[in-house]
Design a protein around this ligand. Structure first.
Ligand SMILES: [Zn+2]
Length: 370
């Protein structure tokens, strides 16, 4: 499947704390694994191996989400918190094979403007490299030369003869960006699927920190499936696990020139803490307190409508689960070169660990919406 096992080995961990190099390698291991929505098996293996040292009790939900339990030190019948980050990613699906070319549709929201010229891998009977192509402008009639490409105008060119393409590729096969992870200067990393493998890595940081500090509550980290399309992973995991609190860790829009300032957050400025109908006010206050106490930089993220994350699915499970949202700023969302700051991943994980460390046996009895 073209992915390799994680390099998160004890040698990469100094004094029980993952150093920056180890975190960067961990993130890149996650990015290399394929795993479009509903096809997450290969990335799940990578996440399971990374979490095993800190949360060895692991299960897989019927839809394919990974659950990893880190037991608390509180009395028996401990309350539990579910931390969810989605491991699925956006990409393409083959709708038709014609000669050595494939028609495509999207899995998750993809902007057709960023697709032409991309290198991809089709996950067929074996992995098939291909390029996303559109007709050269010189061969188009004058009135079509400047038009914005639409998904239905694009093809995957495999370079294969018809019989070989027909043998290897079927309608319904997925294709992912073949962009390798890229180290940028200043502790930034670029690549596919940082939405939301950055969140998965933040959960690794949190589990690692909590493994070395006592906490009363049970912690269940979940790498959820299908967030980009259905939120079905988070809905079914929260139903199965019935946590007392739930936090979704997902990416949010990173600030860049020309983007509205009130809807974007600077890379390196720390995680965001969500506020809005998908967020329980008591959970919000608890996270703010944890950040203030530990001196963690954060930004408030106003989410006046649907948060567009797993938080919604978890919040409305069963009779309702008190839920919060932590965001990691990310630029170029849903492209092959999404960009995050490693320091924000680290700070998000640290914030979670600080908050969970502060949860006591009486927290739930004081939790009120109003
Ligand atoms: Zn997304």
């Amino acid at each position: 499947m073209g992915f390799r096992l994680p390099t998160l080995l004890p040698s990469a961990i100094i004094n029980g704390i993952m150093n920056d190099k180890a975190l960067s390698e961990h993130v890149k291991d996650l990015l290399r694994a394929p795993g479009l929505s509903a096809f997450e098996a290969s990335v799940r293996e990578v996440v399971a191996a990374a979490w095993r040292p800190y949360a060895p009790q692991q299960t897989v939900s019927r839809l394919g989400s990974l659950h990893a339990l880190q037991s608390g030190t509180g009395r028996s019948n401990r309350p539990k918190i579910l931390l969810a980050a989605h491991m699925d990613m956006v990409g393409l699906m083959v709708t038709q094979v014609e000669g050595g070319f494939c028609r495509i549709t999207e899995i998750g929201g993809l902007d057709a403007r960023i697709l032409p010229g991309q290198a991809v891998v089709i996950h067929g009977r074996e992995d098939v490299p291909a390029a996303v192509v559109l007709p050269p402008a010189a061969l188009l009639p004058p009135d079509r030369k400047n038009e914005i490409p639409r998904l239905r105008d694009l093809w995957l060119d495999t370079g294969l003869p018809e019989t070989e393409a027909a043998r290897l590729i079927r309608t319904g096969d997925t294709a992912s960006f073949s962009q390798a992870p890229l180290d940028l200067a200043g502790g930034r990393i670029a690549g596919r699927s940082l939405d939301d493998r950055a969140g998965v890595a933040a959960l690794t940081v949190c589990l690692e920190e909590l493994a070395a500090r006592p906490h009363r509550w049970d912690v269940i980290a979940a790498a959820t499936v299908q967030e980009e399309e259905t939120l079905g992973g988070a809905a079914t995991s929260s139903f199965a696990l019935h946590p007392d609190l739930a936090i979704a860790v997902d990416v949010t829009f990173g600030a860049a020139p020309g983007l509205p300032e009130h809807k974007t957050f600077p890379l390196g400025g720390g995680p965001t803490i969500g506020l809005g109908p998908n967020v329980h006010p008591g959970v919000h206050r608890w996270m703010i307190r944890a950040a203030a106490k530990a001196g963690i930089k954060y930004a408030l993220e106003v989410m006046p409508a649907h948060s567009g994350t797993d938080a919604f699915a978890m919040q409305v499970t069963a009779e309702g689960i008190p839920t919060g949202v932590i965001g990691i700023p990310l630029r170029s969302m849903h492209t092959a070169v999404e960009i995050v700051a490693l320091s924000d991943i680290k700070a998000a994980g640290h914030l979670l660990a600080e908050g969970i460390g502060a949860l006591d046996d009486g927290f739930l009895s004081k939790l009120r919406w109003e």
